[in-house]
Design a binder for this molecule. Structure first.
Ligand SMILES: NC(=O)c1ccc[n+]([C@@H]2O[C@H](COP(=O)([O-])OP(=O)(O)OC[C@H]3O[C@@H](n4cnc5c(N)ncnc54)[C@H](OP(=O)(O)O)[C@@H]3O)[C@@H](O)[C@H]2O)c1
Length: 359
């Protein structure tokens, strides 16, 4: 595989810092440009993140010395100097949408963590183990936009990555109804306990906009391509409650599901343990060897113990039981800034490079 030079837009933020950390030792991708808001532009990366570096690893020395660019004003220079960009900017949705399109129009592919383009019908919302075939809309996007190389591919919201992966291997049983309550880490809001002291010893029962995303985005991910666009699935019917809890990283979900044909519990466990997707078949660098790990211990998965499974890229499940209201219930967990954000974005980029969508 050739080496790609990549840019990180929003490189100074929580997700951007994860990108920078994960890319420091990536076998295919190296960071050639970092960009953020005008208030960080012109500083070295080390200066721009001083006092807010939130990763356990130190700032990678090569990136530390880069000058932070302005993601908007410097976009032509950034697009010219890299093979593609990762986008993780906290801006108004309309502005993000236009800016990401601006990069695509400069023939610079964009892999985005933002929600701005999640419902653009010819933009794939990729969980690479679940819907890699949705990349097939990219030629239609290019045709509509008059592009040769530019593309936008997005990642889904981090909350649903804690429960959708566990439901996907059960798709053949006809997933009809889902209730999921998610218990979400504070890093999902770009915060830690230093910057959000109100979260110590506290639970906040509202994450604005999260429940709508958790209920709607799975339908696009399980949708079908028709006439060059992704048509969302009509089932399952999903209801969620998303709760902010005092943990640093890791989103847990308590899930209840009913099916057209109820799967035996052992069959559910077998399907989780044996599920494998294109990232595993292609041995993509960030792919976990095993996507879903089922714990038989009654008190697992636990956020602190299990969020880091397979470098934070695997999903774990446990406590599978029959339910009195739904067919089954279980608990599942994923790392929100690794699988749910930067790691998932990097895995999606690896898929698009391996399959020739990014040359
Ligand atoms: N945290 C998660 O787990 C998670 C998961 C999935 C998706 N996301 C999404 O990822 C994005 C970033 O989230 P985050 O948690 O990393 O946020 P964050 O920590 O607040 O970081 C925001 C980043 O956006 C940059 N930014 C702000 N205004 C900008 C502008 N006008 N132009 C260019 N860059 C600008 C900031 O640059 P300055 O430092 O210069 O202000 C910073 O780099 C959001 O869209 C979020 O919804 C987050």
């Amino acid at each position: 595989m050739k080496r790609y030079t990549v840019g990180v837009l929003g490189a100074t933020g929580m997700v951007g810092q994860r990108f920078v950390t994960l890319l420091a030792s990536h076998p295919w991708f190296s960071v050639g440009a970092v960009a953020a808001s005008p208030s960080s532009a012109g500083k070295t990366y080390a200066e721009a993140v001083a006092g807010r570096w939130a990763m356990e690893d130190p700032i990678p020395p090569r990136t530390a010395a880069l000058t932070v660019l302005d993601a908007t004003a410097d976009r032509a220079a950034i697009a010219e100097s890299v093979d593609f960009v990762f986008s993780a900017m906290a801006m108004k949705k309309g502005e993000t949408k236009l800016l990401e399109e601006g990069y695509a129009k400069l023939e610079c592919p964009v892999i985005s963590n933002d929600s701005a383009h999640r419902f653009t019908p010819d933009v794939p919302m990729l969980i690479p183990e679940v819907n890699p075939q949705h990349a097939e809309v990219i030629p239609y996007f290019r045709k509509r936009m008059g592009l040769k190389r530019g593309l936008i591919a997005v990642k889904s919201n981090c909350s649903l990555q804690s429960y959708l992966p566990a439901l996907h291997p059960l798709w053949e049983f006809g997933v009809e109804r889902v209730l999921a309550c998610t218990y979400q880490a504070i890093s999902g809001a770009g915060k830690n306990f230093g910057t959000w002291p109100e979260m110590v010893d506290n639970v906040i029962p509202l994450i604005p906009g999260e429940e709508e995303k958790s209920e709607l985005e799975p339908l696009k991910i399980w949708g079908k391509i028709e006439d060059g666009v992704i048509v969302p699935a009509s089932e399952p019917s999903i209801t969620t409650q998303c709760i902010r809890v005092p943990v640093s990283d890791g989103h847990m979900a308590a899930v209840f599901a009913s099916f057209a044909k109820t799967p035996p519990l052992q069959e559910v466990v077998d399907r989780w343990n044996t599920f494998s997707g294109i990232p595993q078949a292609l041995a993509l660098p960030s792919a976990p060897k095993k996507f879903i790990h089922y714990f038989t211990e009654a008190d697992r998965p636990q956020t602190k113990l299990d969020r880091g499974l397979e470098n934070g890229m695997a999903v774990s499940a446990g406590r599978l039981r029959e339910d009195t209201q739904y067919d089954i219930k279980f608990v599942s967990l994923s790392h929100n800034t690794l699988r749910g954000a930067a790691g998932g974005g990097i895995l999606a980029a690896e898929l698009l490079c391996a399959e020739g969508y990014i040359e």
